[in-house]
Design a protein. Structure first.
Length: 300
């Protein structure tokens, strides 16, 4: 195979834009190339025809790895092109691990990564639930536990601090394989209270005796008007899963009563709380989005 790999130029991008636009999954790559937000970009050529592109970039929230994606033209040698592009990236000064994600059904690309030493580190399920399947009362009672809307933290600084600290620690534990940046408390506060947060549809479980925070769930607006999105959820440990399930049920009932039709969520296998919620409610099954990592450069 007379395959050549070189750095992508502006002229190359103009030529590649047409076939990249044919697949909506390439939108992120197109934006990275167009706005020059990528770290490296390479193009594979065979017989004067573009056959593949590799783009790598950094993420400020998860700065300790290199994100990467390979896109092949249809009916080309996925393994040969992928191997050549990966070898070019590894030769440069990239931060390991290298990380990429793709759908479970992308068998040819997954085989290429696995042959090159990439290991699966996480599966993410992007699921949807029709709230018409949910029945129940909007007032849920729990023994020894009070359920409060998130708006309560506006008048309770202690509870607010406790919530942000617990969200931070749970998120960090769920992302050990790709650590989060070392952010200060104010930065985490902005992340927790994001602009699309629905505070009246987000809930806290509080121990009646100690007034300590037991569990939390967040709800967010979606770009689609008929649905909302589940956000971070968690508790102090898995013993609090009963409280956590009750909070999510409150969210589903809230969404139904507010006139929304669907509730969506992303569920990572590295997050035990998310996995429990996924198993506890009738979400529609969906294909897995698989994350792979290459921990270090292969030895030659």
């Amino acid at each position: 195979m007379s395959l050549k790999v070189k750095e992508l130029t502006i002229e190359d991008f103009k030529g590649a834009r047409e076939w990249l636009n044919q697949d909506n999954n390439n939108e992120e790559v197109l934006n990275l190339l167009k706005d020059a937000k990528h770290q490296y970009a390479y193009i594979a050529w065979e017989k004067n025809m573009m056959t593949g592109i590799l783009v790598s970039w950094q993420n400020q929230f998860h700065p300790y790895c290199t994100y990467m994606k390979i896109i092949n033209k249809r009916n080309t040698d996925h393994e040969g092109i992928g191997r050549s592009l990966l070898n070019k990236l590894i030769q440069d000064e990239v931060t390991f691990p290298i990380q990429t994600s793709l759908w479970h059904s992308s068998t040819k690309q997954r085989t290429t990564y696995e042959k090159h030493g990439f290991k699966e580190v996480r599966r993410t399920y992007m699921l949807c639930l029709d709230v018409e399947k949910i029945s129940g009362n909007s007032v849920i009672e729990l023994d020894n536990t009070t359920i409060l809307p998130l708006t309560e933290v506006q008048v309770n600084d202690t509870l607010r601090h406790e919530l942000i600290s617990l969200v931070k620690s749970n998120y960090e534990r769920a992302h050990v394989i790709n650590p989060v940046a070392n952010l200060d408390f104010k930065s985490w506060e902005k992340l927790v209270f994001a602009g699309d947060l629905i505070q009246y549809g987000s809930y806290l479980a509080i121990d009646k005796e100690t007034q300590k925070l037991l569990a939390y769930t967040f709800l967010h607006h979606s770009t689609e008007l008929d649905r909302v999105e589940l956000g971070w959820c968690g508790s102090r440990d898995l013993e609090g899963i009963k409280e956590l399930e009750s909070l999510v049920l409150c969210q589903l009932i809230f969404a139904k009563e507010a006139g929304f039709r669907f509730v969506e969520g992303e569920f990572d296998t590295t997050d035990p709380f998310a996995m429990e919620i996924m198993r506890s409610f009738p979400f529609k099954p969906s294909e897995a989005w698989i994350t792979y990592q290459l921990k270090e450069a292969p030895t030659t």
